[in-house]
Write a protein of this length. Structure first.
Length: 662
């Protein structure tokens, strides 16, 4: 079962190598060409994803013999014919499958039905159908005219003059004709005239390139006229290797830049595409370079390594995205980190992709706090300052690229929750595994333990030694309790207390706590009355939930030391180091007693001891977030250790962890 959402921690760096999955565009084109060609084709590097599975199973239903093993496939070409005269074909949401298959099947004629997911039935295909009808192909719309599902009948193929197709909605219509029409060019030239300005030209280049590999050289005049010469025949090249996916590369290339913003990153290299790639989306790396990224090109790799010398941020500006419609979405994310607004133009095709991507992008970027403007075919994104970022749950609209793009937002100052992360399976089922492998979260050291075990003192000393921020989570429970006592809110009124906790206008500055314009010393909240009230309300699930996001918002670069009861078990379960700090009850009572006296809070040792046992009991026995060591916590008993020794022990544990990571 796929999870409903995925939580991404804030990131501080990136580094490493990613072997890219095969290109979706190339995989599906090669599969179809291999099926139509004469001879057997061995394909390597094939993408294994929803969209390619749709194509594979359609070809199988059409009677094409094929074997698949991992990223390799062996296809026995049908020499221009699909053996099955009829088939019902589910095309999912794969535009790269339905469009060329429609063309090939319509030209052959038969009894075929092509349909997909509901969104597929909203994506236009009328321009392709119109073009095919010029040849006498029989294609009917089952529902709304201009959209799938389609029913294909017997073909009365005839060729009289040029065939025209619109190029300004989707270049896949032209691609579909180019892939299928060589079957009809045995005796005469087939001429395709493009109406309107052709968009996504690099994708048409991929088509022409692959046709050449299969023995067909299309001649073109500009981008308006394409001639498939008489005598053309699709012939298998024998073996063909699929390049890595250049659009998928864009997320990692961006990570190699954003991961260096805190100077904690290393280069990120994508393997499988390089300077000789036939995919237009490699131009994304050139755009990134123009914006100030440091980029290295190899024959089979591209690498990014932060910003060019002397730059402090990526540049903004206006970017024409006509040639890189998919990778352009990634630019909408890097724009958040630029030093000026970025305007993406010529992205009208976004409106008819997996979702209306202009609308989806604008809506989700706004959730992060970004100011966004948009028009029919453009989007302007204003950068976010560190204090403007908002944590958000990002809707992904069943669009793999929305999910992959927004993973990059975790380089900002926010917690990001990605809804329906499984949608990446359309083109990149292992995306998040690769993303986690090459990124480094902002580190957290969680120190949990019973009262007066020394958590607070150790946490602040460790934080100071490492230059990290420090969160004394108990203070948040104490503040809520203090506010409740002052406002006369009953300590069992769960709803009122949760409301109080959720709206605590608390801030921490210069070692002091600020609440409602009042400034506190932590010691002022240390009275036993407040402590007892804190532990009472801390047993209420609603209060704990209300403080959850606030606690997580303290995780910011360069790192956090958090102390409390459930830092390692609930709030930061992915903390890099978890310490469970204990000491005998007697020594804790004595420490607390001395602490209270030294802070001017009168106390009696016996009472302190009794209250401490009472609090231990309540903290360990409550139903939610009970005090207990996380399974992966280091147990540290400080009964016989001085403060300094305890701090040193924790720092040694951290150094050991850090060495392992490096
Ligand atoms: N290892 C230790 N040895 C001696 N005193 C300690 C040690 N750890 C903490 N203390 C003292 O015990 C008191 C309680 O520590 P604190 O950090 O407030 O505990 P907690 O946050 O766990 O309640 C403080 O006065 C602190 O200086
Ligand atoms: N993460 C946390 C921190 C504190 N608390 C509660 O808040 C009370 C006060 O926390 P604290 O850390 O200031 O208490 P001390 O251990 O310093 O006495 C504790 O007794 C806990 O019941 C919690 O439940 N979870």
């Amino acid at each position: 079962m796929t999870p409903e959402f995925l939580d991404l921690p804030p990131l501080i760096g990136a580094g490493g190598r990613v072997a890219l999955p095969g290109s979706k565009s190339i995989s599906n084109r090669v599969l179809l060409l291999a099926a139509l060609a004469e001879g057997q084709t061995e394909i390597t590097g094939l993408l294994d994803s929803d969209d390619t599975r749709v194509m594979l199973s359609a070809l199988q239903s059409l009677g094409i013999e094929l074997k698949r093993e991992g990223s390799a496939a062996l296809v026995q070409g049908g020499a221009g014919r699909f053996p099955a005269p009829s088939a019902d074909l589910f095309m999912g949401n794969a535009g790269t499958a339905i469009r060329p298959l429609t063309a090939a099947l319509a030209l052959q004629g038969g009894d075929y039905r092509l349909h997909g997911v509901p969104r597929m039935h909203e994506r236009p295909i009328g321009d392709l159908v119109d073009a095919l009808r010029q040849f006498g192909c029989a294609i009917d719309y089952e529902g709304q005219a201009g959209y799938p599902p389609l029913c294909i009948g017997a073909s009365q193929f005839r060729l009289s003059g040029d065939v025209s197709v619109r190029g300004d909605v989707s270049s896949q219509f032209l691609t579909a004709l180019l892939l299928a029409l060589p079957l009809k060019a045995a005796e005469q030239d087939v001429v395709i005239a493009v109406q309107g300005e052709l968009i996504s030209k690099p994708y048409v280049e991929i088509t022409l390139n692959l046709l050449r590999r299969f023995g067909v050289s299309v001649q073109r005049t500009g981008w308006e006229r394409f001639v498939i010469p008489a005598g053309s025949r699709l012939r298998s090249p024998g073996r063909i290797a699929v390049e890595g996916d250049a659009s998928s590369a864009s997320y990692f290339l961006a990570a190699g830049v954003l991961g260096q913003l805190h100077r904690r990153g290393a280069p990120v290299r994508v393997e499988g595409v390089g300077r000789d790639s036939i995919q237009g989306d490699v131009a994304f790396a050139r755009v990134l370079e123009d914006l100030g990224a440091s980029v290295r090109w190899g024959d089979d790799f591209i690498e990014t390594d932060g910003l060019q010398p002397g730059l402090k941020a990526l540049r903004g500006g206006e970017i024409d995205c006509l040639a890189i419609p998919d990778a352009a979405m990634t630019l909408a994310m890097t724009a958040l980190f630029a030093d000026a607004p970025t305007t993406l133009t010529a992205i009208g095709s976004w409106r008819v992709k997996e979702t209306d991507r202009i609308h989806a992008m604008a809506t989700e970027l706004a959730k992060l706090g970004a100011q966004v403007e948009s028009g029919t075919d453009w989007l302007r994104i204003h950068p976010l300052q560190p204090d403007q970022w908002r944590s958000a749950t990002i809707a992904t609209y069943d669009d793999h690229r929305m999910a992959m793009c927004f993973s990059l937002a975790s380089f900002g100052h926010a917690d990001i929750r990605i809804a329906d992360p499984g949608c990446v399976a359309k083109t990149y089922p292992g995306y998040f595994q690769d993303f986690f492998r090459i990124t480094r979260p902002v580190p957290v050291i969680a120190i949990d333990g019973p009262t007066a075990s020394g958590k607070g003192s150790i946490a602040s000393a460790v934080a100071e030694a490492l230059g990290f921020d420090c969160l004394d989570s108990g203070v948040l429970y104490r503040l809520t309790a203090w506010a409740a006592l002052r406002q006369g809110v009953a300590l069992d009124d769960s709803a009122a207390l949760a409301q109080l906790a959720a709206t605590l206008p608390v801030s921490f500055a210069a070692g002091r706590i600020h609440l409602n314009g009042q400034s506190f010393d932590a010691a002022q909240l240390r009275t036993e009355a407040v402590g007892q009230a804190a532990s009472t309300i801390a047993a209420l699930p609603a209060v704990r939930d209300a403080l959850f996001a606030l606690q997580r918002s303290f995780r910011r670069a360069p790192g956090l030391v958090a102390d409390g009861r459930d830092m390692g078990t609930v709030v930061f379960p992915d903390a890099q180091l978890k310490v469970f700090l204990t000491a005998s009850a007697a020594s804790r009572a004595e420490r607390r007693y001395k602490q209270l006296i030294s802070q001017g809070n009168p106390a009696i040792l016996g009472d302190v001891f009794a209250e401490l046992l009472e609090r231990d009991a309540r903290d360990t026995q409550r139903a939610v977030a009970a005090l207990k060591p996380a399974a992966d916590a280091e147990l540290l008993d400080s009964t016989d250790l001085s403060l300094e020794q305890t701090v040193e022990t924790v720092l040694a544990l951290w150094r050991r962890h850090d060495v392992q990571v490096a």
